[in-house]
Design a protein around this ligand. Sequence first.
Ligand code: ATP
Ligand code: MG
Length: 419
Amino acid sequence: MIQIPKGCKDVLPSQVYLWHRIEETARKTAAAYAFKEIRTPVFEHTELFARGVGDTTDIVNKEMYTFLDKGGRSVTLRPEGTAGVARAFLEHGLAGGVMPFKAYYMISAFRYERPQAGRLREFHQFGAELYGAAGPEADAEAISFADSFLRALGLEKVALRINSIGCKHCRARYHEALKAYFAPHLGGMCEDCRNRYEKNPMRILDCKVEGCKAVAAGAPRMLDYLCDDCRAHFDRVRSLLTQAGVAHTVDPSIVRGLDYYSRTVFEFVSAAAGAQGTVLGGGRYDTLLEQMDGKAVPAVGFAAGMERLLLVMESEGKLPAPEEGVDCYLAGMDASSRERAFLLANELRRQGVSCETDLMERSVKAQFKYADKTGARFVAVLGERELLDGAAEVKDMKTSSSERVKLEELANYILRRRS
Ligand code: ATP
Ligand code: MG
């Protein structure tokens, strides 16, 4: 039998309500913050990610699903959402439209990773992009949006950590300090970190290898190298968050895995998700759009991993209750009452009552069993006599009480009593 590719997951009908819950919460929160959905292609020209995500990142170096299409063009399944949104924003000239530009996405993303709990090869992200606003209010708005989303899911033990990684001016001095610090330790560090040392030493702080983490723990902190503007920006973001009641701590170790960040970076971390503790990450990326051939447009955004959210919701005991069954199951006793049940079901559906009838030629007893198992709220039984009377015995499956109800009144009867 052919099996699902490694690192992918099926969502079965019995579990999909969990995803609906996250998706509905995401859409509602986005609406409250006036962000509209944007949809971009699942694959893009490889060049977009090389340039947009950054060619010193793990994503671009090791994790991309890249292939040549039949026309010989190199394309890549999107490993994240921001690059595609930024491309669309530039391609459609949206900078000339209503600003700030505020969009959210819900996508599947693809990274060739070593699969484990909360780390998949196809995974799902809910993310937001806010372009055009350079001030700290925009950072605070994006973080507050992310925070509201997590709280609306009922999560209480997810902690916000925030840092500033400065701008290209103050970071140059910091890179020098980092290189001086790491130089004597390089021999004991992983090969990736030795490469990062040359290309982008800050990336070493994001290494997940224990030995490297230990060395990184003693490294100089970007916060001590911020220029006055970056410092003021960071302080203002924090002050706005504090005033808005968004609890947070400063964590100098946060640098984020993508190359395009500047100034504010943040992560929402859960102890419950184990090694893959970051459920949502984001920050400011003021140079991204410029790097992609656009003019400079300031940007801030975040992305949440939906599989990790589910893991954390489970560990916090915040999974929603399963969806209920149909409003009414119409059981038929014989051929003619089954036909009547089929037609009646269609009438009821038109009136807003969700219905099912037997499609398996089961006995009335077996039909009842099915209705019970699938959580039908009411069961109406139709037989020869019921058809003559134009009325059916209707059983309330919650209370187990029964009543005789005229068929033409059945829809109203159920609509009044369901829920
Ligand atoms: P990590 O450090 O865990 O590899 P990342 O920095 O690569 O995460 P981002 O690129 O910032 O992650 O993506 C945002 C969010 O998407 C992460 O915080 C996480 O919740 C989720 N995510 C990233 N990679 C995966 C994956 N392979 N499987 C499941 N979720 C993921
Ligand atoms: Mg990663």
